[in-house]
Design a protein around this ligand. Structure first.
Ligand code: HEM
Length: 453
């Protein structure tokens, strides 16, 4: 029975690490069935890749394992039009086309560029914790959820008051396998900018089609409001002077922590994209990529990290004693142990042998970061959570040409939020059972009740 590896419901309970151990030992490249899930039809099946070395081999060789041929999600785009559309996203391209798009935005994500945002992110984490501190308890998923969207709004050049839209779009796309998230709308029209309100009016009235089939959230029609917003924002940015268009501080009218308007100048992605003259489809897809990639991953990754620490009180205590030294390596170990993204897909461009199996051109190939991170040939005692683990060659941010562009930004946010918990929530402990997201893609938490003294 390999279908359980695919089935989203498996992950509602837990990541199937025991099955991964077995598969790495017996069939490290294994054919996985893809049955129908609810109203979603069955797929043809795919090769699951579970060993660290094979995962890296696939990810470093886009000529053989393409992101472009069939996209990077297990589920095939529904129509050739949907496929063409997602292919305009750099995530779903291969070098050299992907490299061209990546170069346009890369400068906004270098360690140096991210260091300039560090203080602002730390301040925001402090504000979020301040808001719940007197209560002595909270759902940590809600506490953490605002930091990624708030940060992203600044990096992208989205007005602050519209950031809830980013949250809703990411839920729609990533959470479609979970009935709690699929069509969720949390944005309050009153709180939105006129641009945000106009977009809300374009929102699909229902995520179910008249014949009962679910609307594909990764399609133009499934995200009509997001694209309307992206274009509205572009028009507004182009109407301002070019410097303002590349400056999210000027765009949203708020001040940075040091009060200077240029502290994070040249991080406004929308401005950058405009200056480079992307096609409409490229622009829309880049907006989509950042809205989702920089958001849902951390909304799951930050609570996942705290849950991991709560489950390992000795490690939590060591970290609390010396966060200065240990928080950096701890964040990498947390990402290894709780990979927010569990898998990504490629498509074989030619017949090829991998892990002793003969793959045919056109086969789907899905690498499991969650399994590679526990590969006993790379990580001694892989199920032991050790915040001092070194080296730590985890693949939670991927590998090769698509290595996560937001890795530094992600780690900065994780350090900021966990730093607040460690220093300001004494004796933090669980206050109820965590609730997992139903998804075979994101290792997600919907609720993490905690208390502190
Ligand atoms: C802990 C949080 C995060 C995790 C675990 C994560 C994971 C990943 C992974 C595994 C990939 C590779 C996809 C592939 O191989 O096809 C990726 C790509 C990407 N990530 Fe992240 N990500 C995180 C946060 C972020 C953030 C905060 C941003 C931006 C604000 C971001 C932006 C991107 C982009 C733009 C790509 C595509 C890069 C390309 O196609 O060249 N990610 N991410």
């Amino acid at each position: 029975m390999t279908a359980e590896i695919f089935h989203p419901a498996t992950y509602t309970r837990a990541v199937p690490y025991d099955r991964f151990v077995e598969l790495r030992r017996t069939t490290p490249v294994c054919w996985i069935e893809e049955p129908a899930v609810g109203a979603w039809p069955a797929g043809p099946g795919y090769w699951g890749v579970f060993a660290h070395a094979d995962v890296k081999r696939v990810l470093r060789d886009p000529d053989t394992f393409s992101s472009h041929l069939g996209g990077t999600q297990i589920r095939d785009p529904e129509t050739s039009g949907d496929l063409d559309f997602v292919r305009a996203m750099m995530l779903n391209q291969d070098p050299p086309a992907q490299a061209r798009l990546r170069r346009i935005v890369a400068a906004a994500f270098t360690p140096r560029a991210i260091r300039r945002l560090e203080e602002m992110i730390a301040d925001r984490a402090r504000v979020l914790v301040d808001a719940v501190l007197p209560a002595g308890h909270a759902d940590f998923v809600e506490v953490a959820a605002d930091l990624p969207v708030w940060t992203l709004a600044r990096v992208m050049g989205v007005p602050d008051q519209d950031r809830r839209l980013l949250y809703d779009w990411a839920n729609r796309v990533i959470g479609y396998q979970d009935t709690d998230y699929a069509g969720l709308s949390t944005a309050d029209a009153e709180a939105l900018s006129p641009l945000g309100r106009a977009a809300l009016a374009e929102r699909p009235a229902s995520m179910t089609r008249p014949d009962g089939r679910p609307l594909n959230p990764r399609s133009r029609v499934g995200l009509a409001d997001m694209y309307a917003y992206a274009h509205g924002l572009a028009t507004a940015a182009a109407a301002t002077d070019p410097a303002a268009a590349t400056d999210p501080v000027a765009t949203d009218g708020s001040a940075t922590t040091d009060g200077s308007a240029d502290a994070d100048r040249d991080t406004g992605i929308v401005g950058r994209l405009l200056a480079e003259g992307l096609t409409d489809a490229e622009f829309e897809n880049m907006f989509f990529l950042f809205a989702v990639a920089g958001n849902e991953t951390l909304r799951n990754g930050i609570p996942g990290a705290l849950l991991t620490l709560l489950q390992h009180p000795d490690q939590l205590e060591s970290l609390r004693r010396d966060p200065e030294t240990l928080l950096g390596p701890a964040v990498d170990e947390l990402l290894r142990y709780w990979p927010p993204v569990m898998q990504f897909r490629r498509t074989a461009t030619r017949d090829v042998t991998l892990g002793g199996r003969d793959l045919r051109a056109g086969d789907k190939v899905v690498v499991y970061h969650a399994s590679a991170n526990r590969d006993e040939t790379v990580f001694p005692d892989p199920d032991r959570f050790d915040i001092t683990r070194s080296p730590n060659d985890h693949v939670s941010f991927g590998f090769g040409p698509h290595y996560c562009l937001g890795a530094h930004l992600a780690k900065t946010q994780m350090r900021a939020m966990l730093g607040q918990v460690l220093t300001r929530m004494p004796h933090v402990r669980p206050a109820g059972d965590p609730v997992r997201l139903t998804s075979n893609f994101q290792n997600g938490l919907k609720h993490l009740p905690i208390r502190w003294d």
